[in-house]
Design a protein around this ligand. Structure first.
Ligand code: ZN
Length: 466
């Protein structure tokens, strides 16, 4: 492990934890940081000779809780209507075609570009829901972690933290044990899946910027028995790790689950497994009121991907009811049609406004919509990926963004209105610098990395789309 020297940073103002569970805007904030973790927070004080003094506003960086890195390669390339009614399922066919020839080096190039874009956008950590395991023929690579290595290397090179979530994928639907040709690169036997987890565990050991969890592609792609076996395996070999699953993204999926099991997907999950705060249910889009109450009481995170859910025509998550029941949420860029946390948060609220014909749906008279969205998703994101991040608090990772108060998007707004302007006004991005795990990301170096990465990424696009 690379130990970082202790450092103090003084910032003009910041959103910091002032008492357990209470975050407030404070001026003249001094953060003491050791080994990437915040060890002390002072405010209204001017410490002696701080290492660095920052003119700006510090807010926590955001977690990107759900990503399929390779999909960045064809994002925005599926916008012709291919059938009388285009859908998630026609998009999926195109995605299968795109993925059929990708090499590990291609995946590295795509993931590096994506992860650099995430760092630039203000993301600190990514939950990589990784299901591209096999070679183009559908056979395992001689080195079974070939593809996992590519995304881990890309994350390290981009400087973003990663929770690698190798995915179990077994079948093409509830009523079959077969997969179709397009899924040949995703499927693993249970033994091979456990082997993959074991090998990945050895690769990330001692790395403060990487975690490992388990993931099930979906209820349609994994049997009840295999899920139980995996959870038993996790208990012994990967205790306290996170568990992710695509839950209820498409209406047809809800109907198929009901036909096969007599239950809706989230009802089935809650009835069949000990769903708790280690779980993250991605696209908990389709829930009835009983599922909303039960899922919010379980402590699990609902992993939302508003721009992807809009792009794929999934439907709208019942955010207002879920949050008022005490539910926890996070955001992710999923298919990467937008690598912009501000847009994810904005559309999470705008979907509720459009469907309900009202404004400021997720805000309260005491807490603005932007503040509530930002804090909920930052903290829920940390929970979903198993890392203490998402607020500026003692014991948490020093993952922070510095926002310029005089940028036209912020225009000297104060307190919660800083986050409202960040999310609901787009006159350019006001993030001036970033610290991830106690390290400053040099803005010029990031621009140079993006420039170099773009060259390889554009060549790859030439190969696939011309
Ligand atoms: Zn997904």
């Amino acid at each position: 492990m690379n130990l970082l020297p202790e450092t103090d940073v003084r910032i003009d103002s910041a959103l910091v934890e002032t008492a357990p569970g209470i975050e407030e805007w404070k001026k003249n904030v001094c953060l003491s940081i050791a080994d990437g973790i915040i060890t002390r927070i002072d405010w209204d004080s001017r410490p002696n000779e701080p290492t660095k003094s920052i003119a700006g506003i510090a807010i926590p960086a955001m977690v990107n809780g759900h990503s399929h890195a390779f999909q960045r390669g064809f994002a925005g390339m599926s916008e012709y209507r291919t059938e009388s009614r285009d859908s998630f399922w026609t998009w999926r066919d195109l995605m299968y075609k795109f993925v059929s020839d990708l090499t590990p080096e291609d995946v590295y190039i795509i993931a590096r570009q994506l992860y650099l874009e995430m760092v630039q956008a203000g993301y600190s950590w990514v939950g990589e829901f990784h299901y591209l395991h096999n070679s183009p023929s559908g056979k395992a690579y001689a080195n079974s972690t070939e593809m996992a290595d590519a995304v881990l290397r890309a994350a390290a090179d981009a400087g973003i933290g990663i929770s690698l979530l190798p995915v179990l994928y077994q079948r093409s639907g509830f009523e079959t044990n077969e997969t179709n040709h397009g899924q040949r690169r995703f499927t693993l036997s249970l033994d091979n899946y456990f082997n993959l987890i074991d090998k990945c565990k050895k690769k990330i050991i001692g790395n403060p910027n990487a975690k490992l969890g388990v993931a099930f592609h979906s209820l349609r792609a994994v049997s009840h028995e295999a899920m139980n076996e995996t959870l038993n395996y996790r208990q012994t070999h990967l205790a306290n790790s996170n568990i992710h699953i695509h839950a209820a993204e498409q209406r047809i999926e809800v109907e198929d689950c009901f036909t096969a099991t007599g239950k809706r997907p989230i009802q089935f999950l809650l009835d069949s497994f000990p769903i708790d705060n280690s779980w993250c249910l991605i696209h908990a889009t389709h829930m009835d009121s009983e599922e909303i109450t039960r899922l919010s009481n379980s402590g699990a995170v609902a992993g939302l991907c508003p721009t992807t859910e809009a792009n794929l025509g999934d439907g709208l998550f019942p955010a207002s009811q879920f949050l008022s029941s005490g539910g926890r949420i996070s955001i992710g860029s999923d298919s990467h049609c937008s690598i912009n946390l501000r847009e994810e948060l904005r559309w999470l609220e705008y979907g509720q406004r459009l469907i309900g014909g009202q404004r400021a749906v997720l805000g309260t008279p005491r807490q603005s919509t932007g503040r509530l969205l930002y804090s909920e998703c930052a903290l829920g994101g940390g929970q979903a990926i198993g890392v203490q991040t998402g607020k500026l608090a003692v014991g948490y990772r020093a993952d922070l963004l510095i926002v310029s108060p005089d940028h036209p998007t912020i225009s000297n707004a104060t307190n919660d209105r800083i986050l409202d302007r960040l999310i609901f006004l787009n006159a350019g991005c006001p993030i001036q610098s970033r610290m991830l795990g106690g390290r400053w990301i040099e803005t010029e170096k990031l621009a140079e990395q993006l420039h170099c990465s773009k060259i390889a990424f554009n060549q790859l696009n030439q190969k696939f789309f011309h």
